[in-house]
Design a protein around this ligand. Structure first.
Ligand code: ISJ
Ligand code: MG
Length: 445
């Protein structure tokens, strides 16, 4: 990518100039003259700098590869305050993840949100590179650090093939424990302690060799269409990634776009069969209930924060392995408050349940693992626009292990065996990539 290296050289010259020995923030933005030779994910994969974050919006039009942290935030309120404080820098973007339990869980980091040193972005066919300097005491020092950082950036490289084989897998809960969990949830629903609770499974795959997170995400992006694709790499061996169909919210100025995505049936490669399954889904009482409880929850949660809510009729979203019921929701925010939107909407009843607090308590008590980043959110905050996807169809890469997450909404009428099949289908979106992209090592001799 010649153009990128030329921009970085130019930046280096700028940063070599005189800088004040005081606190400050600066941002430099450069348009790329033409499309880079390789994709953004290839560029990001090559960089030796952490954290790295990748994001592609589900319509495929917006993409960003960012790395290095000029500043890291403890919570979304802090991130939002930072953007407000620095309104003179109009394009500040803070990227990353929010954990499922947010600030409520002391055992696990509430979020991993950061202001990157460098961002390579695309909107449609337009590309640009942004570099941000921030220091609470010395911009001179920060310019020096940024120059060192820029020198560590390397040229883009082709992504390696996926060569990890699955040696073994372990489900948590296993199917018998899942059945017990569903029975327990159904009796709470019958006793009216809960209307809905979303229960999940973590599957740990042991791999023949560590997985390259960027290559795995690229493989997913190539086949899992109509999804947000995201990845946060913490270290060379540790990342969290996913290809999620679900928007938590998009805020554009004072407009809020969210949705109730819940209710699931299998997909079929045959269009007619898929259509029959979709028609069944649109008319199935249990799945409609699952979806409408999410609509109720979102409307309740937005009370006082948004007005004139519009709820669109249910539609079918057809994905590679599953199809969902979706109702899009649009409203006008009374104030543009991203931390407030997150607080209101995360977690929705699509991933926790209703009533929210009772469902969260049920999950905390009976689900046999910590969700960590799963079912939290991934995206960015900026002054003009903010968007988060719900971190579903996701996995944690941990060296030789890959942890796959999948859950299902349990409501009156749920059947344990069918819900197990539903989570198998959801997990298949990522799991099958390891089988389909497996290229055996060439035998010597
Ligand atoms: C919880 C997950 O998905 C959610 C649950 C759904 C359902 O139960 O029908 C559908 C979409 C998502 O809101 C997951 O993918 O892990
Ligand atoms: Mg379901």
């Amino acid at each position: 990518m010649k153009q990128i290296s030329a921009i970085i050289e130019q930046l280096d010259t700028t940063l070599a100039g005189e800088w004040p020995d005081t606190a400050g923030i600066r941002q430099f933005s450069y348009s790329l003259q033409k499309q880079p030779d390789t994709g953004l994910l290839e560029w990001l994969s090559a960089q030796p700098c952490y954290p790295k974050f990748y994001w592609q919006q589900r319509d495929g039009n917006e993409e960003a590869a960012v790395c290095g942290d000029a500043y890291a935030f403890g919570d979304t309120a802090q991130a939002q305050a930072f953007i407000r404080e620095h309104q003179d820098v109009p394009d500040l973007h803070i990227w990353g993840l929010n954990a499922f339990n947010g600030a409520d869980n002391s055992a696990f980091a509430a979020n991993a949100l950061f202001l990157p040193r460098i961002e390579l972005c695309r909107q449609g066919t337009r590309y640009w590179l942004r570099c941000t300097l921030f220091s609470s005491h010395s911009l001179r020092e920060e310019a020096r650090r940024t120059r060192l950082f820029l020198r560590s950036l390397v040229a883009s490289q082709a992504l390696p093939p996926i060569a990890s084989r699955v040696l073994q897998h372990q489900h948590l809960p296993a199917q018998p424990q899942w059945n017990q969990l569903i029975t327990r949830a159904l009796s709470c629903i019958e006793e009216q302690q809960l209307d809905k609770v979303v229960l999940a499974r973590k599957t740990t795959l042991t791999l023949s060799q560590p997985l390259n997170a960027c290559a795995f995400l690229a493989a997913s992006r190539a086949v899992n269409h109509h999804c947000y694709h995201f990845m946060l790499a913490f270290t060379p061996q540790q990342a969290f990634l996913g290809s999620s169909p679900e928007r938590l919210f998009l805020r554009s100025h004072d407009e809020l776009y969210t949705e109730a995505l819940a209710g699931t049936v299998a997909n079929d490669p045959d269009d007619d069969k898929a259509q029959d399954l979709g028609d069944w889904l649109l008319n199935d009482g249990k799945n409609q209930r699952e979806n409408l409880l999410v609509v109720d929850d979102i409307c309740q949660r937005l009370q006082g924060g948004a007005q004139s809510l519009d709820i669109m009729p249910a539609e079918i979203l057809r994905l590679r392995k599953v199809q969902h019921l979706r109702r899009s929701i649009h409203g006008e925010l009374t104030e543009s408050d991203d931390a407030g939107c997150l607080q209101r909407l995360q977690p929705t009843a699509a991933v926790a349940g209703l009533p929210r607090q009772a469902a969260r308590e049920f999950i905390a008590e009976f689900e046999p693992f910590d969700r960590e980043w799963y079912a939290g959110s991934a995206g960015y905050i900026s002054a003009e626009q903010t968007e988060f996807t719900v971190a579903l169809r996701s996995a944690a890469v941990k060296g030789h292990h890959l942890e796959l997450y999948a859950g299902a909404g349990i409501v009156a009428g749920s059947d344990a065996a069918q819900e197990w099949q539903e989570i198998e289908n959801k997990a298949a979106g990522l799991r099958t990539l390891l089988e389909e992209h497996y290229t055996p090592a060439v035998q010597a001799g």
